[in-house]
Design a protein around this ligand. Structure first.
Ligand SMILES: [Zn+2]
Length: 571
């Protein structure tokens, strides 16, 4: 049981209460509790098991503590099920649409009789939403776009959700398996996954299958057999288990890790060498020449082992053949984080807490980059507030030996490409991340001009989450990527790979292209709490899929070299 599941259920409760128009304080107490739980670094199941007191957590009273215990013990929350029973079953799904919150759902339901996505789509296309409170033609068109978007992504899951589900399943199966691993797009660390492939070798296959089809959180069992079974989890994710012999494990792992395009290219290569590749092994005629390990299989094809993140048939086989595979960046190479938030804007911990957490991770530096005033919902800072905040960063730094807390800001790029704060204060910052948080839908030319203009400001160091996309939720901004990268290279601005698993922006393909064009990358977490500094691992996954090496990423540099690379004088 992980904390994020508890948080998800609490957020669902808050959404449903909100849709029902219940007391806002009650709604907020569930949302606050969800955030508290999500950000808590210990597993609450373990806390409970060790006799810990959940009411010691901020914002968790007796009632919520009992609900947490219920979720941990039963995997369910009766109260949530009761709430669900009182509303049309299609309503909560509306919340998955971009720009649709509980208030809108309530409005659509009560004023337009909308109780499902299909209904909403029809209402929008028939122009029945534009008359509603604070709805016009533009917002109606936004709803249609959001629905199209949502449908495009249906059946895809974020990598972090997939990894969390996968880790739990592997833990449960380990005691009854000799070997068990996750393959597929999860192993390749794709940003989203469609399903989960688990491979196992076991001396007791029927016990393994038994355990698998009875995993907690299973909603249905579409298939069950001695070598292959499938379950569907409550959230909709399908998990396939394949049981095999030990001497097939390597070839099966290779086969089920994919990608399909990589496998096809390998098969073609094998054919030219007079070999045959299948999930059962590599064969020359009837003779099996490899199968037990992946390394053996690649060796039989006269190739070195290729890291799963590269297996997309994007030139990795040719590179492997020529001995040109990149030395992919590793998490351990990261020496600091260049985008993070504190309580000064919408972060949840103080500068000091963020600094100390960075120190505990072994970082040499962390930039605190709170929002600027345009992001009002996040409590963005104006010039005066930022000036005071920078002083606070300095003071916190003095009390935080071993890690340098860099004075930073995440300044908004306004619609015309100017920045949200005056140069006089940006000059005082050591790290200026410039990002877009509004006007995402400008026409391509205008958007390109906007970003390029922002990059020409001499104080900008990093372009934050450059495309603005939110995975499975918001499409990227439309702009001329090559032109923006060339401007960034010319201006000495680094491009961010934002490691938040909802963003992963730049993505693998764009980050790789940016590097080819000579850009430097910064892999940041955008952490809003110290626990979120761990999201660096997702940024590094994306960097690896982009073929990046240590030297391509500025925050692998030691402090002094980093400061030089940022083109800022050292103090
Ligand atoms: Zn941002």
């Amino acid at each position: 049981m992980d904390n994020s599941r508890i948080a998800r259920l609490f957020n669902e409760v808050a959404d449903l209460l909100d849709i029902r128009g219940e007391n806002p304080f009650r709604v907020r107490s569930y949302r606050t509790a969800a955030r508290t739980v999500e950000d808590h670094s210990e597993d609450l199941a373990a806390v409970l098991r060790d006799g810990g007191d959940l009411t010691a957590l901020p914002g968790i009273g007796k009632d919520l503590a009992a609900k947490i215990a219920e979720i941990i013990e039963t995997g369910k929350l009766g109260f949530l099920d009761e709430l669900k029973a009182k509303l049309p079953p299609g309503l909560p799904e509306l919340l998955r649409l971009e720009g649709v919150g509980p208030k809108k759902v309530k409005l659509f339901f009560e004023e337009a009789g909308v109780d499902s996505i299909e209904n909403l789509d029809r209402a929008a296309r028939e122009g029945r939403l534009r008359g509603l409170d604070r709805m016009g033609e533009k917002s109606e068109a936004g709803i249609i776009r959001a629905i199209e978007n949502y449908r495009k992504h249906i059946g895809r899951f974020r990598l972090d959700d997939g990894l969390a589900a996968g880790a739990k399943i592997l833990d449960s199966l380990k005691p009854v398996a000799d070997r068990v691993v996750a393959a597929g797009s999860l192993r390749r660390r794709r940003e989203t996954i469609g399903d989960l492939d688990i491979l196992a070798v076991s001396s007791d296959p029927s016990a393994l299958t038994d355990r698998f089809v009875n995993l907690p959180g299973t909603a249905s069992v579409p298939a069950r057999g001695p070598t292959r079974s499938s379950i569907r989890l409550e959230g909709g994710l399908q998990v396939d288990l394949r049981v095999m012999e030990g001497d097939e494990f390597g070839s099966a792992l290779l086969y089920f890790t994919g990608s399909q395009a990589h496998n096809i290219a390998l098969r073609r290569r094998a054919r030219e060498m007079g070999l045959k590749v299948s999930e059962y092994g590599i064969f020359r005629g009837e003779e099996k020449v490899a199968g037990e390990t992946e390394e053996d299989c690649y060796r039989a094809l006269e190739l070195p082992w290729i890291p799963p993140e590269l297996r997309e048939n994007r030139g990795e086989i040719e590179a492997a053949e020529d001995g040109r595979l990149p030395r992919l960046i590793e998490l351990e190479a990261i020496r600091g984080d260049l985008q993070s938030h504190s309580t000064a804007s919408d972060g949840k911990e103080s500068i000091m807490e963020m600094g100390r957490a960075a120190g505990r991770r072994g970082y040499g530096y962390i930039a605190i980059t709170d929002h600027s005033r345009a992001v009002r919902v996040a409590g963005g800072l104006d010039e005066k507030q930022l000036a005071r905040h920078l002083e606070e960063i300095e003071r916190a730094g003095e009390k935080c030996p071993g890690v340098r807390i860099l004075k930073g800001v995440e300044v908004d790029i306004l619609a015309d490409g100017t920045l949200d704060l005056a140069d006089a204060i940006l000059r005082e910052c050591e790290v200026v991340v410039a990002s877009i948080h509004s006007s995402f839908r400008l026409p391509r030319k205008e958007m390109t001009r906007r970003i390029v203009r922002a990059l020409t400001n001499p104080h900008v160091n990093i372009l934050g989450h450059p495309t603005g996309r939110m995975l499975l939720r918001r499409e990227p901004c439309d702009f001329d990527f090559e032109e923006v990268v060339k401007a960034a290279v010319g201006e000495g601005v680094s491009l961010e790979i934002n490691g938040h698993p909802a963003r992963l922006d730049l993505n693998d393909v764009l980050a790789r292209r940016a590097r080819e064009l000579g850009a430097r990358l910064a892999v940041n977490t955008d952490a809003h709490s110290s626990a979120q500094l761990d999201l660096m691992t997702y940024g590094v996954f994306t960097a690896r899929r982009a073929w990046l090496e240590d030297r391509d990423v500025i925050n692998t540099l030691p402090l002094e070299e980093l400061l030089a690379a940022l083109n800022r004088p050292t103090r």
